[in-house]
Design a protein around this ligand. Sequence first.
Ligand SMILES: [Zn+2]
Length: 66
Amino acid sequence: MILVLGILAVIIVVIALRPWERRACRWREDGRKLADGRVLFVCVACGADLALPKGRFPRTCRAGDM
Ligand SMILES: [Zn+2]
């Protein structure tokens, strides 16, 4: 019974923390400006790229969305 409770606790913690959304993404601003004025960011950790309006900065890893 204690083992079952332990497994449940681990599952709850994993769901609460969502570690897959907190990967160590290191975004770099790409020098090339996109045609519509947005800025291209490239993650040097996983290779994902993301275009955002000027002034905004990506917070999450986008690799899972591809
Ligand atoms: Zn990444």
